[in-house]
Design a protein around this ligand. Structure first.
Ligand code: HEM
Length: 392
């Protein structure tokens, strides 16, 4: 018996902003098996939208994260996964057992305890950004003036970038992630500047070790210095735009649901609700595998959509409601399985401090434009806002 060719949908779907995820995802979840889709470059990939299926894909050893395998999805645009010969140490693109070496070396740097020790530094960074905003007047672009600099400054402190270089570091990372505001050449130049800077930082720490992440990783000796630059670059990129967009979108949601301002449970719910890293966990089957009754052949690309999974009403009651009182910890906003976000403890603390201090210090904070007028990133790998005009 020949099987009918499944219907092919165009992907990615345009994101309407609010509500996110795109309403089309609900229809996909209702279909049997997986959804065959066509990417802008014409490639076909399987979309995975149910919570249970996304977790199954992200824990299946027959499914790879390595972009060097033929058929790996190319969803276009910047934050695509570089290959190892471009940036050695970019371990999110490696499978076990190569991936394990990096993961094992880095886990101790992101434990709850280690992140707790970073609290005072994060609080200082957030306060400094708020001081600058308040000193500049009674309005701001919360993306450019707060949400983007905070994670960049936190990561630069984590990497041991000296305070005097943090402005340089921040301006280059901003160019790198500003998909619309900068050209390909500018982003390329910023990436080169950062890699050069980071390689120099590694060389300095080799000579003069201190009590910081780079020195500890060098001392452990399981990651070679040339790989370490790629690892640091990954931390920088993985932790910047994701966190920034989540902070900014969360502020909009909190302003729309002010009864939750001041409640730390909002952090987990904004992660689930916005699921900014919807197109981050790209995969390819390296053996034939059946998912939800659908045969996926070796060499076929798979895109597990974490936003679709986090709005699956089989796993979350009334998923389109922002309800911090729900228990949302099983969301997959940080992915799942061996590549689950390494920075998640850090993000939670960063967001908690960012929201608490922002609303404590600026209790009259309000949107300066109607919410419908906000400019959402319709085309990025990471969902978010281009700008967030606010006043107080
Ligand atoms: C991996 C989301 C912030 C470091 C991931 C993955 C997701 C994710 C979905 C899985 C990728 C995959 O399956 O291929 C997020 C979100 C963030 C955030 C939503 C903020 C709201 C951060 C921060 C850091 C970080 C602050 C570090 C400073 C990493 C690293 C990986 C990763 C290193 C790769 C882990 C591995 O391959 O073992 N993140 N992330 N992330 N994230 Fe995050």
């Amino acid at each position: 018996m020949t099987q009918a060719e499944p219907q092919v949908v165009d992907f990615p779907l345009r994101r309407p902003g609010a509500p996110f995820p795109p309403p089309g995802y609900a229809g996909y979840r209702g279909r049997q098996g997986l959804v065959l889709s066509r990417l802008p470059n014409g490639d076909r990939v399987w979309l995975v939208t149910r919570h249970e299926d996304v977790r199954a894909v992200l824990t299946d050893p027959r499914i790879s994260s390595n972009p060097e395998h033929p058929g790996f999805p190319n969803v276009g645009e910047s934050l695509g996964v570089p290959k190892q010969d471009q940036i050695p140490g970019w371990f999110v693109g490696l499978d076990s057992p190569e991936h394990d070496r990096f993961r094992k070396a880095l886990i101790p740097e992101f434990t709850v305890r280690r992140v707790r020790a970073m609290r005072p530094a994060i609080e200082r960074t957030v306060d400094e950004r708020l001081d600058a905003m308040l000193a500049a007047g009674d309005s701001a672009d919360l993306v450019a003036d707060f949400a983007l600099p905070v994670p960049s400054l936190v990561i630069s402190a984590l990497l041991g970038v000296p305070p005097a270089d943090r402005d340089f570091f921040e301006s280059r990372t901003r160019t790198l992630v500003a998909i619309r505001a900068s050209t390909d050449q500018q982003r390329d130049a910023a990436a080169k500047d950062l890699l050069r800077y980071i390689s120099r930082l590694v060389a300095i720490k080799q000579k003069w070790p201190a009590d910081d992440l780079v020195s500890r990783l060098l001392a452990a000796g399981t990651i070679a210095p040339h790989e370490l630059s790629g690892v640091l670059m990954l931390l920088l990129i993985a932790g910047h735009e994701t966190t920034a967009n989540n902070i900014a979108l969360g502020v909009v949601t909190l302003l729309e649901n002010p009864e939750w301002i001041g409640d730390d449970r909002a952090v987990e719910e904004t992660l689930r609700f916005h699921s900014v890293a919807d197109l981050v966990s790209l995969r390819v089957a390296v053996e034939d595998v059946e998912i939800s009754g659908q045969l996926v052949r070796a060499g076929e690309g798979i895109v597990p959509l974490v936003a679709a999974a986090n709005h699956d009403d089989n796993s979350f009651e009334c998923p389109h409601m922002f309800d911090p009182s729900r228990s949302a910890r099983h969301h997959v906003a940080f992915g799942y399985g061996v590549h689950q976000c390494l920075g998640q403890n850090l993000v939670r603390v960063e967001m908690e401090i960012a929201y608490r201090k922002l609303f404590e210090r600026i209790p009259t904070l309000a949107l300066a434009v109607p919410a419908e007028g906000l400019s959402f990133k319709h085309d990025g790998v990471v969902h978010g806002l281009h700008a967030l005009p606010v006043r107080w």
